[in-house]
Design a protein around this ligand. Structure first.
Ligand code: ACO
Ligand code: ZN
Length: 157
């Protein structure tokens, strides 16, 4: 495969990012959701490009809240949505995007942790997050609209 490039998303990428989200995940968001994230947290919203084609994205935001590992109130990165187009999977692209993101969460925003929710049935994603050092914090019962439970996973940065 040719060169994979990870770079911050721009306005021109949004239509493609939304198309990948619709193709890959059951959780969709209104157009404005994507635009607001781009405006507010454009430096922690990445796309992956292969030969000038957008093949994946990761969207995140900064939140403040109770640490998942200690008693204190901290700044954390919330990884809201990540996906890679089917034909480009298992080539390390999600890993590359998430490592880039985790580094920015820490160095640009001073986030002390990253966290996310994932469907209990989503073995590829759970494996990916475990490989990156995330651990399961708790199960969120009936978190999704269709009634499926989520795993809350977090990692200290
Ligand atoms: N089965 C088992 N383990 C897997 C699989 C799989 N199908 N896919 C990835 N992994 C694990 C493996 O440990 C893999 O390492 P290896 O290939 O050396 O064995 C590791 O994750 C890294 O895989 P990557 O190649 O970096 O991941 P990829 O680019 O394929 O993207 C992703 C993974 C994002 C989960 C992709 O499968 C996808 O887009 N799925 C549909 C959308 C989705 O489920 N997104 C996550 C929802 S949760 C959220 O958004 C917060
Ligand atoms: Zn979330």
């Amino acid at each position: 495969m040719n060169l994979i490039r990870i770079r911050p998303a721009t306005m021109d990428d949004i239509d493609m990012v939304i198309a990948i989200n619709i193709e890959c995940l059951p959780e969709h968001y209104p157009f404005n959701f994507w635009i607001e994230h781009l405006k507010k947290w454009g430096d922690i919203f990445y796309v992956a490009e292969v030969d000038n084609e957008i093949v994946g994205y990761v969207l995140s935001r900064i939140e403040e809240g109770q640490s998942h590992f200690k008693g204190s109130y901290i700044k954390m990165g919330h990884i809201v949505s990540v996906a890679v187009k089917g034909k480009f999977r298992r080539k390390g692209i999600a890993t590359y995007m998430l490592l880039t993101l985790l580094n920015s969460l820490k160095t640009v925003y001073g986030a002390e942790e990253a966290f996310l929710e994932v469907r209990v049935s989503n073995e590829p994603a759970v494996k990916l997050y475990e490989k990156l050092g995330f651990t399961i914090v708790k199960k969120l019962t009936k978190y999704y609209l269709d009634g499926e439970d989520a795993l809350l996973m977090a990692k200290a940065l």
